[in-house]
Design a protein around this ligand. Sequence first.
Ligand SMILES: C[S@@+](CC[C@H](N)C(=O)[O-])C[C@H]1O[C@@H](n2cnc3c(N)ncnc32)[C@H](O)[C@@H]1O
Length: 383
Amino acid sequence: MNTRKKTNSSLSQIQGVVSELKKQNVNPPGGDKYISDCYGACLELIEDSHENVIDIIQYALHYRPYISPQYFVNLFFRALQYIELYEINNDSSGVHSYPVRLSTQKDWKKELVSIFEFYADDIKYILKNKNTVTTVLQRYAGPQILINMFKNSDSVTVADFGCGGNFGLPGMELEIAYEKIDDHSPEGLATSMLYPAPTINKGLAFDTEDPHKETAKEWRISCSFYPSEFSKLAKTLVLEDEVAKARKTRFTLYDLTENPVDEKGSLPRNCVDFVIISTMLYQLSPKDRESVLANAERILTSEGLIVVQDFAIKDENTSSGLDFNTAWFSKYTWSYRTFVLGEITGWKFKEALQWPNGRCRAVREGEDFQLIAETAAVAHSTS
Ligand SMILES: C[S@@+](CC[C@H](N)C(=O)[O-])C[C@H]1O[C@@H](n2cnc3c(N)ncnc32)[C@H](O)[C@@H]1O
């Protein structure tokens, strides 16, 4: 396949990507030096007008015109990490020299020149067809707090849209404890609602990628760790084995942007108390976000609640009610947020919680935290 063909991604899109690379070069996700050096090297290659890197970026933007610069840069790094782990380092000994082999910007520059020459088609394939499937159990602490706040019976039925590796609902079923969360909410109210885990009567997990496939697992591993986090891999593999023991959640392969054609299909009406959409909507175009939210509303009971968690802020001028064009990584913003939506909020997003990043080790109250707590209390007193 010759993927080197003329593409017409706009100059402003490319400038957006360059500007995001610069921002994350200074403020890399998780403060990770490897990522910072990688982006620094990439910027050097762009400045040198290195043909292969520009060709790859243009190609991907052509096929994904709606991708945000933040998401493009995120996916780009995952693609490089996949090549490192499963193409370059794929030796039978299992001893990987990634990432320590690449501890300076100079190391990365040499490596990128080689990757962009020998693995250009693999990178293009990923950037054109795949989504980031980073799966972090800790992220489900936010939805668990909201479920506990609003549940009105002992057991709940919950859907997980874009479940990735499908850890979230099985983790709740098995009552797996989250890592400690530094709680900045008034009197630690947020985390006071975290335990005990809700009893999952039935879980419905959906994704376009089947988490049980070996190829999906490789891609998930490539996505789920910053380079400096790979020491956590062994612990995560143990967790994967643990959550596989859960029995209440059924996985369905489904593109949630598609509206169901019949009533008996994968998305039955009015059957779940909560729909969790964690770190998924940012990957979609505005129109596709609307379709996913319509599907969430369809599957929800009339008193149910949608919990969206993402890098977003409330914005009623957007078609979804959320603006995803926010800075993901900054020392000053708590950019990862938990929102609720349903009949009880008048079908307007309310912001429940804020997290400094998608690793969710600290929390503080969202703009509407008090209102949400009061609404939940009123709902309980009248039920
Ligand atoms: C970043 S992962 C989030 C995984 C997990 N929810 C979490 O927060 O840790 C986003 C997931 O959304 C899935 N996804 C993206 N678009 C989708 C679609 N149209 N239908 C179903 N799943 C989708 C991706 O395959 C990916 O597994």
